[in-house]
Ligand binder design. Sequence first.
Ligand code: BTN
Length: 326
Amino acid sequence: MKETVLRKLKNNREEFISGEELSEKFKVSRTTIWKIIKKLREEGYIIKSSTKKGYKLLEDPDLLTEMEISEYLFTKKMGKNIIYFLEVESTNDEMKKNLQEEEGTILVTENQILGKGRLGREWFSSDKKGIYFSLLLKPKIDPLEAIKITQIAASSLVEVLRKNNVEAYIKWPNDIILNNKKVAGILVEMTTEIMKIENIILGVGINVNTLSEDIPESLKEKATSLLIETGLKWNRKKLIGEFITEFEKEYFSCIENKNDKEIVSNCKKYSNIIGKKIKIIRGDISREVDVIDINSEGFLLVKNEMGEEEEILSGEISIRGLEGYI
Ligand code: BTN
């Protein structure tokens, strides 16, 4: 009922709607309507009321609830089911408890207290300032092709950021880089049956309106946010909506129509390591290689210390520029 009343207020922003009209339309008492308005105000909606004219919605809260995000989603499947939390440990871990949900389900939160990064690292979150969500996918692909999902996400995110005038790059395989610092990260986890992927959890974290003082000292050299780099406060709802809409387009094209040309081309075009010398770190061992290309399977092609070409799979490696983070 709360959602229905809110929808009505959202669709009539220009004018007041009387309590009487709302109560008649939704067949509930005026006291119930008043209680709903009170609840919405507690959630951050600014609703003007006038004894004569009724209620008028003036402002929506900066929250990533289903009601708020869905206005910006132009998709067939992704985000048709949205699970929202004010806070969770990690959206990827929370999604693991929800694998029975349909493909395209999004689990989104305002804050994570145990956000996870790749290679067992932590992912730092900043309450109501970033975008942290997991998307449930059920593609019928070989587990070896799972890197494609990371690439589709990276390609979509860079595409959307560039449409918003942000010159972002992809640091293969899963970091999104802005002015040489990390602004977003992608973590793909899967549960598999032999030769058939059951569930893929695509976790995306974007530092959006995070302030410099929110970033832990130990990460300051490597991490940044859209606000820090552009000086602008971003609309998180619009950004997540644009990302999921673009992701669905690229996902359908790549996974269902087997056309990955745009994705591979974006990952190459926006790569910040092709043509560079990098350090590949695997456990305690660090090697210097030249990056030649990203191949059609999404693997990194490098020339190693012996001058031989080598294919690097995304698995257990970390990449650094020779002079530190890239
Ligand atoms: C990385 O850069 O190593 C990947 C970072 C991924 C962070 C996101 S935030 C939402 C989702 N839930 C998590 O615990 N991690 C991912």
